[in-house]
Design a protein around this ligand. Structure first.
Ligand SMILES: [Zn+2]
Length: 528
């Protein structure tokens, strides 16, 4: 009989870590970064110590105490002695892989800690986004999904105790198995094997998902990041379907529709289904975002700033269309240019930056003297498309600048004219820290006399978007009625909600459907 243990994603949005065990082997379904658990103990200036290896994560309950699955360079034999009596301690002699649903860190981040020989199964797009994000950012030691810098235990001179410090031997890549390996071009394979930060990369060739000891099905679905998929796993108890994160109302909604049909044909024993937006009664579609965004921006005077979630390529394309239709140029940051370039290696319908007149790249004003190699390459390859703060300042009506809160420190160089527009196309604050950032964002807008559109305003402790400015953000997650449709049409024998703060929603609404709803406890095991 197959068993599922839920080490994360129970009564929390994100941090999914679900262990599936069967006589065929053992798999994790996602191995995500648990943001809300981190926030209980840590904040921006108080973080787990990279030099302590696995210790902080295990002691603080951010990683499950499972001996045998983590990187050897982050822990010594002695490390495990103190956890062998811990409540959920166990030793796993083998792990056949991680089925990764998509490249959002709350699903992928903690792959960072797993042994590099444990394969990660994903779509090629997810693997490539994971690499592009890591190449173009500074991934902290607990977010190195695609490759990592091995650490060595070093005793500093005169100190008795050592620390795990980054070795200078170069980065090591994990082994990834992708669902659509055969269609990869030589150029795409080249990207995978290339080091783009300072260190050289010991690259691992991409393999195919058929190498897995389980019979797997990979179903592409629509979500707010490209490459998302649901998984079907054949176990001795029947098929298990894991949804990852999904929606039906996005640009690629048809993918999710076809997943529902194919998953239903498997007559699954169990469906593990997300429930982020169970409390939402309806969705805003990406097309509505276009229409509302166009209305707000068309005729606007001065500069337009568009704030939308990072790596939401669909939203970027929506604003690209708005830019074309309002005769402005969409001005993206180099990391977004790098992501688009990477995605085009796999999907030819992604616009070619070089040929797209309405797309330009913003170069930060205080750029480093010797930029990282990926950045230097972007500046060189698209040298005709680079826009500086002074260019924006002198022709403000020509641009839609893709900035988020974190990029606003460029504004003193740009000096937007009073009455310029800030279009907010993202989600409202979900916790106190984000609320603080929203207050700061409002202060920035006031300082530069920018007009906000679609931005939540604080009223009696609640954050709300003014009535007439709504409909500028299409969530990455299906609303309650859509989720019930997913469950009813796939018709599993058992439904297990994850990635939700209100899993009871499924109990309340599916009690007479003939589907058994199981609400597992955190770290709890369910036999199916
Ligand atoms: Zn997600």
């Amino acid at each position: 009989m197959a068993k599922l243990t839920f080490y994360g994603g129970i009564r929390e949005i994100g941090g999914n870590k679900i262990l599936l065990e069967d006589d065929k082997g053992k798999l994790f379904l996602d191995f995500g970064y648990p943001y809300s658990k981190y926030r209980t103990f840590y904040e921006e200036y108080l973080k787990p110590r990279p030099g302590a290896g696995l210790l902080d994560l295990l002691v603080m309950g951010l990683l499950p105490p499972i001996e045998g699955i983590y990187r050897a360079d982050l822990g010594t034999e002695n490390l495990w002695q103190q956890f062998r009596r811990a409540e959920h301690y166990r030793r796993l002699e083998s792990l056949d892989g991680v089925l990764l649903s998509h490249a959002h860190l709350d699903h992928s981040g903690h792959i960072s800690f797993l042994r590099e020989d444990i394969p990660v199964y994903a779509t090629a797009t997810t693997a490539f986004i994971a690499k592009a994000v890591q190449d173009s950012g500074i991934a902290s030691f607990d977010q190195q999904v695609c490759y990592f810098t091995p650490r060595v235990e070093e005793c500093l001179k005169g100190w008795k105790q050592g620390a795990y410090v980054a070795s200078s031997s170069g980065d090591r890549q994990r082994s990834f198995c992708v669902a659509n390996k055969l269609a990869l071009s030589e150029e795409a394979e080249g990207f995978w094997g290339r080091a783009t930060r300072q260190k050289k990369l010991a690259s691992q060739p991409l393999d195919d998902i058929n190498t897995c000891s389980f019979n797997l099905r990979c179903f592409p679905v629509d979500h707010s990041i490209p490459g998302a998929c649901a998984w079907g796993i054949e176990t001795s108890s029947g098929w298990v379907v894991y949804s990852g994160d999904l929606r039906l109302h996005g640009r690629q909604g048809k993918l999710t529709e076809s997943m529902i049909k194919q998953a239903a044909q498997l007559h699954p024993r169990a469906l593990i289904l997300e429930g982020t937006n169970v409390d939402k009664a309806a969705n805003v579609s990406e097309h509505e975002v276009y229409e509302n965004g166009f209305k707000a921006i068309n005729g606007a005077r001065g500069l337009v700033i568009a704030d939308f979630p990072p790596r939401d390529v669909n939203r970027l394309l929506t604003f690209l269309q708005i830019a074309r239709d309002t005769k402005r140029k969409l001005t993206i940051l180099p990391r977004d240019a790098y992501l688009l370039k990477t995605m085009r290696l796999l999907e030819s319908e992604i616009p070619d930056l070089a040929a797209e007149d309405s797309l330009v790249i913003y170069q930060e004003t205080t750029a480093a003297k010797s930029p990282a190699s990926w950045l230097r390459n972007i500046y060189q390859e698209y040298s005709g498309k680079i826009v500086l703060a002074k260019d924006v300042r002198s022709n403000q009506g020509d641009f839609i600048l893709c900035f988020s809160f974190w990029d606003l420190n460029e504004l003193p160089s740009i000096q937007p004219v009073a009455g310029s527009l800030y279009v907010f196309s993202s989600s409202e604050p979900h916790n106190e820290e984000q609320e603080m950032d929203f207050r700061r964002l409002h202060a920035w807008l006031e300082r530069f006399q920018l007009r906000a559109f679609g931005l939540p305003i604080e009223k009696n402790g609640e954050w709300e978007i003014p009535e007439e400015e709504r409909g500028l953000h299409a969530s990455g997650h299906a609303c309650g009625p859509d989720l019930l449709r997913v469950a009813r049409e796939i018709r599993p024998q058992i439904l297990i909600p994850v990635h939700s703060e209100q899993p009871e929603f499924y109990v309340d609404n599916l009690s007479s459907s003939g589907i058994d709803i199981i609400l597992p406890a955190e770290d709890g095991t369910v036999e199916i």
